[in-house]
Each structure stands twice: as structure tokens, then as C-alpha cells.
Design a protein around this ligand. Structure first.
Ligand code: GUN
Ligand code: FE
Length: 444
């Protein structure tokens, strides 16, 4: 079960500075786990089935550390406001529709179909505050074969009437029920505690969420230091907190005791950064969103140099695209502007680094995920980059770079593997109709 070999032009990261490439390599997957990448098939695996993708790009599945499923319906619209105004004008009215399960069903079917067809194999997802709609979303994500953490959002203040829970107690009771109903229900889908952000959650609610996280061993996701107006508001709401991060940390919602991912961190001060480093908080860098809602540019070179836990987030629909290939390009471009306009000591990111962020960096939130090194869970994406023709000879690294910039995930995806299971084949993607090149291999 879940044991096979993938033959192709294989790329993966071992660390933030190292991209390994194997032209015509053999990736061995045994019981869903990578055994390594080899130039020839080792004797002990000679009887495994081969998926023959000769001449195609084979890379780890992409990891999206931050995405809002209910916002997918209006992606690409309403990019004309700053964060807080944008939330009130676009995000909140759309999210209030998810009290209607038939609307949620339609919208979440579209969302999960898009995720299935993308290069993403792992994601950390915001739902809405509606428990039933969020559980419906989890059912659909489970069916798609990807691995995800999904949060029922908490909001008990500073929101419109139809998007504000009745009280902290009511919000906590509903969240506890959500955890109990979903924690052991799925193979690939798990709940995550999701205070929207400090402005939406009273201290009493945060306190209770910290207790739930600890009692049930459930991870945490939220937003942090995204936008100047938001950071200023948190200062007013929590005068006792020395920085925004402390408004989570005080309640046990900041990497300890449970793994936590915070989106953005554009305006984190030195103390906040030091606490994130100490607590192992993951930062989801969301460059498209930070540009679209005019938040700013996160200091990613500084975070990389500090060896923080880092990955990328699409942040749909602050971000307009669910593609992690787009997110990689956005991260590269934003870092160049940061270097040019903000601080010339902060070297721009390179392709090796953003590929690491989109795979092994974000994958660490899920465990041994996002690489093809021995012991890693086998998530893979296969791209037929002959659909992006070129006259000149290119190295494998150049082919990868070009596929990233040219949107190869959309144009050329051939198959997707998650936890050692093929979950998407080319026929479903409408790219090519021929069968997968699967054949039995016998050593000559
Ligand atoms: N902060 C609080 N809610 C949101 C949201 O939905 N999107 C973004 N980008 N930031 C937020
Ligand atoms: Fe967000």
C-alpha cells in the first residue's frame, strides 16, 4: 500500500540554501514515506510499481500556511481598501453568508475543487464563525485528499451583528463542540483554534481559547502585526501588552503549549520577534495580500537570517490567487522592493529560498513534510513543463525557476500525490487525456 517509485526530473530542498536536483532520478516511496532519491533503483525496491514521468518536473507538494476558504468566492475583487476598511466592506459581508448551509455548500465545493487542482497538498485554513459550515468545509477537504488544519473562527467584538458571537461563553461552548466533533473524525483534516485577530476577540474569549488549546491539544492560527492601523488599535485595546504578540502569548496562544502559525508579521518589533523565535511560532508570509490591502512588506531576510519557522500563505482573498507558485514570485518581488526602497542591507530573496519556504519551510508545521529526504511523508507534484516550450538547453534548476514564474502549476500539472496516495491525475485536470505512465518494473 502506498509504495511505488516516481521517475522524473526531481527537485527538493534540504535546507533554506540547498536545492537538490536529480535529472532522471527515482523517488522511492514506501508505505507513504520517502526513502530517498536515487540515480538507479536500489535492489531492495526493484519490485515496486513505477510511475514514469521521464522528462517532467517532480517536486514536493506545496504548503499554504494561511488561506481563508470563505473568501475564495470573491477573490480578485475589492482590492481598493486598506485592511480594516477592506474587512468591513468585503470580507465580513461575504463571511456572514456562511450561516446559510446551501450557500456554504456551493462556495466550499468551488474552493475545494480549486485546491485539489492546485499544487497545494497541505494547508492551514480559516473558515467562518459558523460551526456547521466549517464542518462541511472539513468534510469536503477530507474528500479531496489534501491534508489540512481548519478553524472555526472566533469573534465576539468589533464585528457586525450577524458576524459576532453572542458572548465569549457562547463562542467557547461552540468551539469546544467543534473540537469534540472533528478532532478524531478524519484521517487528513484536523481542527485548529482560530481567534480571528485581537480586535475581534475579548480577553475573556482569548483566555478560554488558550485553555481549550491546552486541554484538547489543539494548535492555533491567527493574524499578527499586519497593518499600521490594526497594530495601533491593538495597542488601545490591550494597553497591558508590551506588543501585539503578547496579546496572544499571555493567553497561551503563541506557540506554547501548542504549535501556532501567525500570518503576516509585517510590523513585529524586536521583542515580538524574539518571543516568536523562543516559542517557535510559525510566520506565514503573505506577500500578495500585504500588497493588495496596502499593509507593507514583511522583513523576510531578517526572519530567514534568524532561522525563524517560516512558510508562505496565499491569504486568499487578501491575496488574489491560491497558487503557491504565485506566492513564491510575489515573495521574490516584494523582497526586491524591500531592498530597494526600505533597507539595502536586507538582501532580496532568491528562488532556492522561496522554494524552501513553499515546501520544507511551511511543511515543518505538519511534521516531516515538504522534502524528499528519507523519513518525509511523500507529498509530490508532477509538472509537464514541455508545455512551456523553450529552444535553448536549460538546467533543471532553470526549468524549475521558469515553471514557478510562468505559472506552471496551473498550465502543466500532471499529477499530485499526498501521503503516498495519488489524489489527482491529469485526466481530472483536463490537461491531457492519456493514462498515467504506470508500469511494473522488473530489474533486468
Ligand atoms: N485580519 C483579520 N481578519 C483578516 C482577514 O480576513 N484577512 C486578512 N488579511 N487579515 C485579517
Ligand atoms: Fe488572513
Amino acid at each position: 500500500m502506498n509504495s511505488f517509485i516516481i521517475h522524473g526530473d526531481i527537485c527538493y530542498s534540504t535546507d533554506k540554501n540547498t536545492l537538490v536536483t536529480h535529472e532522471g532520478g527515482y523517488l522511492v516511496c514506501e508505505h507513504g514515506f520517502c526513502k530517498g532519491v536515487f540515480d538507479a533503483i536500489p535492489d531492495e525496491y526493484a519490485n515496486l510499481k513505477i510511475h514514469d514521468y521521464s522528462g517532467m518536473l517532480v517536486m514536493p507538494g506545496m504548503v499554504d500556511l494561511h488561506i481563508h476558504a470563505p473568501q475564495y468566492a470573491y477573490r480578485g475583487l475589492g482590492m481598493d481598501r486598506e485592511l480594516l476598511d477592506w474587512l468591513n466592506t468585503y470580507a465580513f459581508p461575504e463571511e456572514s453568508k456562511y450561516g446559510d448551509l446551501s450557500y456554504a455548500d456551493k462556495a466550499y465545493t468551488i474552493f475545494t475543487d480549486a485546491i485539489k487542482k492546485s499544487a497545494t497538498t497541505r494547508l492551514v485554513v480559516f473558515g467562518t464563525l459558523h460551526r456547521e459550515a466549517t464542518e462541511l468545509l472539513m468534510d469536503k477537504l477530507e474528500q479531496s485528499g489534501v491534508v489540512s488544519f481548519v478553524g472555526k473562527v472566533n469573534m465576539d467584538r468589533n464585528a457586525p451583528d450577524d458576524l459576532r458571537e453572542a458572548s465569549a461563553k457562547a463562542s467557547l461552548a461552540d468551539t469546544e463542540r467543534f473540537i469534540k466533533e472533528t478532532q478524531h473524525k478524519y484521517n487528513n483534516t484536523a481542527p485548529i483554534i482560530t481567534p480571528r485577530f485581537t480586535p475581534s476577540c475579548s480577553d475573556e474569549l482569548m483566555q478560554g481559547l488558550g485553555e481549550l488549546s491546552k486541554r484538547y491539544g489543539v494548535r492555533v492560527q491567527s493574524h499578527l502585526s499586519e497593518n499600521p492601523g490594526e497594530v495601533e488599535w491593538v495597542r488601545e485595546l490591550c494597553p497591558w501588552a508590551e506588543n501585539y504578540g503578547e496579546a496572544y502569548n499571555r493567553f497561551g496562544l503563541f506557540g506554547k503549549p501548542e504549535k501556532t502559525v501567525m500570518a503576516h508579521c509585517v510590523y513585529s518589533d524586536d521583542n515580538e520577534i524574539a518571543r516568536m523565535k523562543e516559542n517557535g511560532v510559525f510566520i506565514a508570509h503573505c506577500p500578495a495580500s500585504n500588497t493588495n490591502v496596502a499593509s507593507g512588506i514583511a522583513p523576510m531576510r531578517q526572519y530567514l537570517d534568524l532561522d525563524m519557522n517560516l512558510g508562505l500563505g496565499s491569504d486568499v482573498a487578501g491575496g488574489h490567487s491560491e497558487s503557491l507558485f504565485t506566492a513564491m514570485v510575489d515573495a521574490l518581488q516584494a523582497s526586491r522592493l524591500y531592498w530597494r526602497l526600505v533597507d539595502q542591507r536586507q538582501k532580496p530573496l532568491n528562488v532556492t529560498e522561496v522554494f524552501y519556504l513553499a515546501t520544507k519551510g511551511g511543511g515543518a508545521f505538519f511534521g516531516k513534510v515538504g522534502s524528499f529526504e528519507e523519513g518525509y511523508e511523500c507529498d509530490a507534484v508532477i509538472l509537464d513543463d514541455s508545455l512551456l516550450p523553450h529552444p535553448q538547453k536549460l538546467s533543471l534548476q532553470e526549468r524549475l525557476e521558469r515553471a514557478i514564474y510562468l505559472g506552471g502549476d496551473v498550465k502543466a500539472m500532471k499529477a499530485k500525490v499526498c501521503r503516498g496516495k495519488v489524489i489527482v491525475r491529469s485526466e481530472e485536470l483536463g490537461v491531457r487525456s492519456e493514462e498515467l505512465g504506470v508500469r511494473s518494473f522488473r530489474k533486468r
